[in-house]
Design a binder for this molecule. Structure first.
Ligand code: PAF
Length: 285
């Protein structure tokens, strides 16, 4: 695996791939790689000849400076994991490279960014859309692979790529979970051991609410029960735990095909998010 840090090194490596007629997949990450990221790399390998992985802890998508400061950084271990996973090129841009003095451009995706994560983390999706647009423009991949754990992010990235006419196939991959059901996340490593045990309640409560809605329970009742469950397990503030249209992210007050449960809640200082599809009897999985 080749590692590049600057734009010139990236352009040269990409030129060699393109000259050889190879297709390119991009897996954008912020590092602290876990099995979920490695599944993205495996999917990228299935879909293209070459796999480029970017690691960049993007400051502009953190609305909380403490969250940015504590975000895990594990560059050396990440590189070892990526070699084992068969990535071809690791790109490690710097903040100075991406946002030099005088930088003034933001990509803002209206509508789909506004609710949920967007409402609770002001500026977050502007930061995501901007950095992913920059990554796409620099690499011009044929395909880019993202995890479905950040469901709203995936919708924002798809909208952004379509609106800007970037010719990239944006692929979402189902969330990879620990044996107990907790969605894998780089932030999980920041949980204490008791918090880690309690964290599973988020996925469990979403599963229980999904089963309730699927068997005809009122949506409000299922959501209230799920919120009670996570609080009883030791979670603090629940930013949202709600049922939405999976495509538009608009809230749903009754069971509907394509509906999804999405949630964000704090366990101590760590904010966890998760989502699952609600499969109704009338829907084919
Ligand atoms: O999901 C992430 O890790 C980040 O939001 C992304 C897409 C790499 C942009 O910084």
């Amino acid at each position: 695996m080749q590692t590049v840090r600057d734009g010139e090194g990236l352009a040269k490596a990409l030129r060699a791939m393109r000259t050889a007629g190879e297709t390119v997949a991009l897996v954008p990450t912020m590092g602290a790689l876990h099995e979920g990221h490695l599944a993205l790399v495996a999917e990228a390998k299935r879909r293209a000849d070459r796999v480029v992985v970017s690691i960049f802890v993007n400051p502009t998508q953190f609305n909380d400076p403490a969250d940015l400061a504590r975000y895990p950084r594990e560059e050396e271990q990440d590189a070892v994991k990526l070699v084992a996973a068969g990535a071809d090129l690791l790109w490690l841009p710097t903040a100075e490279q991406f946002y030099p003095d005088g930088y003034a451009t933001t990509v803002s995706v209206k509508g789909i960014s506004d609710r949920w994560e967007g409402a609770h983390r002001p500026g977050h999706f502007d930061g995501v859309a901007t950095v992913v647009a920059k990554l796409f423009i620099a690499v011009m991949p044929d395909v880019a692979v993202f995890g479905e754990k950040d469901w709203q992010q995936l919708a924002v990235v798809r909208r952004m790529a379509a609106d800007l006419g970037l010719p990239v196939n944006v692929v979402g991959l189902p969330t990879v979970r620990a044996d107990d059901g907790l969605a894998l996340s780089s932030r999980n490593s920041l949980l204490g051991s008791e918090e880690r045990k309690a964290a599973v309640a988020l996925a469990q409560s979403l599963n229980a609410a999904a089963a309730g809605i699927a068997r005809g329970e009122a949506v409000g009742t299922a959501l209230n029960q799920a919120i009670r469950t996570v609080k009883q397990a030791g979670f603090g503030p629940v930013d949202y735990l709600t049922y939405v249209d999976g495509a538009t992210l608009e809230p749903l007050d009754g069971a509907r095909s394509g509906g999804r449960l999405i949630a964000a809640a704090f366990l101590g200082k760590i904010r966890l998010i998760d989502n699952i599809r609600v499969i109704l009897d009338t829907e084919v999985d």
